[in-house]
Design a protein around this ligand. Structure first.
Ligand code: LLP
Length: 413
């Protein structure tokens, strides 16, 4: 299932990628519905009958069809903005299964979330706690809260996507958490429902998860002694995927490890996976515009660019690049680059490819933080998105048009 080769040609489920390119053009993001479902089920079923909620991290890929797919499977959601909440609602997701993370929740966003009765706010500072309290009072509501604790563990991932060190802006310092819970318990407009942490993304080593979990459980012990009871424990997201040769912890082993950390406790467990649910369910389909021989290297210039998939430029991230059709010509090394006017505009460097001008390439593992981080830089129109379900393609976002690009702009007379 997912992405597979048939007679030397790359398919998504039962659809040839070349036929998608022909019908919808390139660059286009292509997602396998079967892979999305399979990944969700791996996490979900690993809990057996222990109470839990998988809260898909919307930021990884917020397309409505993807949110709707997870909602239909019973998923909850982790959001970080009012826009993400509105997407969840528009896609048929439930506010009551949605947790709201992020260090900078605005007054409007807090009001919106309270109006829709979200599951809880993952509170990231004492000022935020006071703001939520004041808004809840003014709306004559009780705000469900969970404190996002910064457990100060090293996630051993790329520094830009590590969040659980005390030098990061995220969460409340471990030592201050109890005090904040105490403060919350004295405010009738706040209802303490949980505890939360998230230490970083694309973690491949299980150890930092275990360290964070034991620090959180220590706090749960202390809270119990203070008479503060919680409904749930949210261990955040961060499970990595294989881009190249990584061997990340499997969803099943990850969930089993979390349940083992609970020990005698029976709390509901929340997790917030993003990348592990969607990353390997998507590819970016692109066409080679030109092959160019530079002074000391060859370039394959494609019609996708850093504005479509910024991970290589931003994090030096590796995405495997494969020709859609295999050719029996001598492979050569290419820097695979886009048309954007920046030297950082590359999708892969020094890749051995047997290709000719006009060939299609698939940039793998692009389902997470691909389209969601895309931009219109260089006034490029953002790609179409297709969801494949066995032998059927659904256009889940049409290619942007020039009129959409300039919509909202006007001349200053
Ligand atoms: N929960 C919270 C509070 C988060 O901040 C994140 C991701 C997640 C869950 C989901 O993490 P995941 O399971 O996807 O690792 N743009 C970067 C990744 C940034 C992640 C930000 N937070 C990239 O392309 O690698």
């Amino acid at each position: 299932m997912g992405f597979n080769r048939q007679n030397g040609e790359l398919y998504c489920e039962s659809v040839a990628l070349s036929s998608i390119a022909q019908e919808y053009g390139t660059p286009t993001y292509v997602y396998s519905r079967a892979t999305l479902i399979e990944q969700y089920n791996l996490f979900n079923s690993a809990f057996h009958d222990h109470p839990h909620l998988v809260c898909y991290a919307v930021k990884a890929n917020p397309n409505l069809a993807i949110l709707n797919q997870f909602a239909r499977l019973g998923s909850g959601f982790d959001i970080v903005s009012g826009g993400e909440l509105q997407r969840v609602l528009a896609a048929g997701g439930q506010a009551g299964k949605t947790v709201f993370s992020g260090v900078g929740k605005s007054e409007d966003e807090i009001r919106l979330a309270l109006n829709h009765d979200i599951l809880c706010f993952n509170v990231e500072s004492s000022e935020e706690l006071l703001r939520i309290d004041a808004i809840a009072q003014s709306m004559k509501k009780q705000a469900p809260i969970s404190i996002r604790v910064n457990p100060d563990v090293d996630a051993k991932t790329h520094p830009h996507i590590s969040t659980g060190l005390k030098s990061n802006k995220f969460g409340v310092p471990w030592q201050e958490a109890l005090q904040l819970y105490q403060q919350a318990s004295n405010r009738p407009a706040l209802r303490t429902v949980g505890i939360d942490c998230h230490i970083g993304s694309q973690l491949t080593d299980p150890l930092p998860f275990a360290e964070a979990a034991s620090r959180i459980m220590e706090l749960v012990d202390n809270l119990g002694r203070m008479g503060i009871q919680l409904d749930h424990i949210d261990f955040g997201g961060g499970v990595g995927i294989r881009y190249k040769e990584e061997a990340p912890i499997s969803p099943t082993d990850y969930v089993s490890a979390l349940m083992a950390h609970l020990g005698k406790y029976k709390h509901q467990i929340l997790i917030e996976p993003g990348r592990a649910l969607v990353g390997n369910s998507g590819i970016l389909l692109t066409r080679i515009e030109y092959l160019k021989q530079g002074e000391d290297r060859r370039f394959a210039i494609i019609d996708a660019a850093m504005n479509d998939l910024i991970r290589p430029a931003l994090y030096d991230a590796w995405h495997t690049i494969e020709p859609v059709r295999e050719r029996s010509i001598m492979p050569r090394h290419y820097d695979v680059v886009g048309p954007v006017c920046e030297s950082g505009d590359f999708l892969g460097k020094n890749r051995l490819l047997s290709v000719e001008t006009g060939d299609l390439l698939a940039i793998l593992s692009s389902g997470a933080y691909g389209m969601s981080m895309s931009s219109n830089y260089n006034s490029r129109l953002r790609p179409a998105e297709i969801m494949v379900d066995n032998d059927t393609c659904f256009l889940i976002r049409k290619r942007e048009t020039f009129n959409e690009l300039i919509q909202g702009e006007s001349l200053a007379p």
